[in-house]
Design a protein around this ligand. Structure first.
Ligand SMILES: *Cc1c(COP(=O)(O)O)cnc(C)c1O
Length: 472
């Protein structure tokens, strides 16, 4: 630091010049070199589709490699990063692997990764308008683009959260603020995170009505109407209907039009959980399947599932503008500088998160780089892949389809196999590293399940996975 960089304030000599380092002393050249190394590893990751789809090591082994005493002195950053790549990142489910069929895969895209990196590198915040006008605009635009692609009504507002669980919980908290406490109706196929959210929000057990789904695992409006009548007869206050646009287990879609009619007629709040399935509305066949979804008062969609974004992004859409701010706005003294009354958005007022990173950058960049047409085609291919899987299963008399391909999910069984056998076959395929899929239960019966939402998956991938399963 040269003498010119020193200023005298009072009796203190203060260093005003900055060395060319990061906050804690990594130098410029080192930062570049390490950053390029990371880019290379990530590009290799996108190319390495021959690696295992899932891998786990023993807790002791992982602890041995990643633990030890608290590091006191600095260590070689490259060595530490190599350890993360070799040990931590090697031992997990690779949701972006083309033969990752288990649970809900996470087919992330490189443009999404780039947006994430930029935001993290600049420590992008999306809280107040004055402190985040750029990222806030990116979030407004990305939500608006997505709303248009889904065919949601003009004026739909939204906020980006960590995922589907937080998105639906935020929706239900806002909804209760608006319509008051009362009974919520869900189905036996509703994602478990909704029931958990209702408990966390303090819904008493008698205000959570879990209703039976029909033979296709969908919730019918008539079922909900009966329950509402019953509750009104008992002096309870029906308030919320939670419908699912693509259930996690089978891809089933509740009777959305009928439920929207019912909610409108009875003055109930309709929340649609499309965490899994909503992106299907980008393409024509999915749009047809999800008809009625657009009438929701609130809608959850997880870009980190079927919209090619790296983890940690769930999108909440709200139909009535101003709802989120009414539920979540706060005005403490210490935020007065950045929270002046402007017509602009303060995203810190749209959920329970105040300091929040900009999740919109990765979504915006992904939409911009690939364009809607490519996303539409990719999603269409994913829907077709489950249908192709169904054709392959039907061609082999050993398998029995339990639920036909719907929104990228098909479930099937091997008559004669016990629940343990189903699970053991899945475990063996996962252990081989070639592919990973799910064994689950439908009304107590064991089934196998493929979720085909990676557009890179080929028919050969599916056929070989089925052959491995059958061979044991
Ligand atoms: C995955 C999923 C959720 C939960 O979303 P997270 O992002 O895991 O929090 C909720 N609903 C459905 C239908 C899902 O598939």
């Amino acid at each position: 630091v040269s003498a010119d960089d020193r200023t005298v304030i009072g009796n203190e000599r203060i260093v005003s010049g900055h060395e060319r380092t990061d906050t804690l002393g990594l130098g410029t050249e080192e930062m570049r070199e390490l950053g390029y190394w990371v880019v290379d590893r990530v590009v290799e990751h996108f190319e390495s589709i021959d690696g295992p789809a899932i891998r786990a090591s023993s807790a002791a082994e992982l602890r041995e490699a990643l633990g030890g005493p608290v590091p006191d002195a600095p260590c070689d950053p490259l060595e530490a990063m190599q350890t993360l790549v070799d040990v931590a990142l090697a031992n997990m489910q690779h949701g972006d692997h083309p033969r990752s069929f288990a649970r809900v895969p996470g087919p992330s895209s490189y443009a999404g990764v780039l947006g994430e990196w930029l935001g993290t590198g600049f420590n992008a915040i999306a809280s107040s308008w004055a402190g985040a006008s750029g990222p806030a605009t990116v979030e407004l635009v990305a939500i608006d683009w997505l709303a248009q692609l889904l065919g949601l009504p003009d004026g739909t507002e939204g906020v980006l959260l960590s995922g589907g669980s937080m998105s639906s919980m935020t929706a239900l908290a806002a909804a209760r603020h608006i319509v008051g406490p009362g009974v919520a109706y869900l189905s036996d196929q509703t994602h478990a995170s909704i029931g958990r959210a209702l408990v966390a929000l303090g819904f008493p057990a008698e205000n959570v009505r879990v209703l039976p789904s029909d033979e296709r695992f969908a919730l019918r409006a008539a079922t909900v109407r009966e329950a509402i009548d019953d509750d009104r007869g008992r002096g309870r206050d029906p308030r919320f209907i939670v419908a699912t646009a693509g259930t996690t287990n089978t891809g089933a879609v509740d009777e959305l039009e009928g439920l929207a009619d019912l909610a409108a007629a009875q003055g109930l709040w309709l929340h649609v959980d499309g965490a899994y399935g909503a992106p299907a509305a980008l393409c024509p066949s999915g749009r047809e399947t999800l008809k009625g979804m657009q009438r929701a008062d609130s809608l959850t969609l997880d870009p980190h599932k079927w919209l090619f974004s790296p983890y940690d992004i769930g999108c909440l859409f709200i139909r009535e503008p101003g709802t989120l701010v009414r539920a979540f706005s706060m005005r403490p003294e210490y935020l007065a500088d950045v929270r002046a009354d402007t017509p602009e958005v303060h995203f810190g007022d749209r959920s329970l998160e105040l300091t929040r990173r900009s999740r919109a950058l990765k979504l915006w960049l992904m939409l911009k780089v690939y364009g809607a047409q490519r996303l539409r085609d990719a999603i269409e291919r994913c829907i077709a892949n489950a249908e192709r899987a169904q054709v392959l299963l039907e061609a082999d008399s050993g398998w029995e389809i339990v639920t036909p391909a719907q929104l990228g999910i098909v479930t099937f069984t091997r008559p004669g196999w016990s629940a343990e056998e189903h699970a053991a076959r899945v475990a063996a395929v996962s252990a081989s590293g070639y592919a990973t899929l799910t064994s689950t239960f439908l009304r107590g019966h064991p089934v196998l399940r493929l979720c085909t939402i990676n557009p890179r998956t080929t028919e050969h991938d599916i056929a070989t996975t089925l052959a491995l399963l059958a061979a044991g």
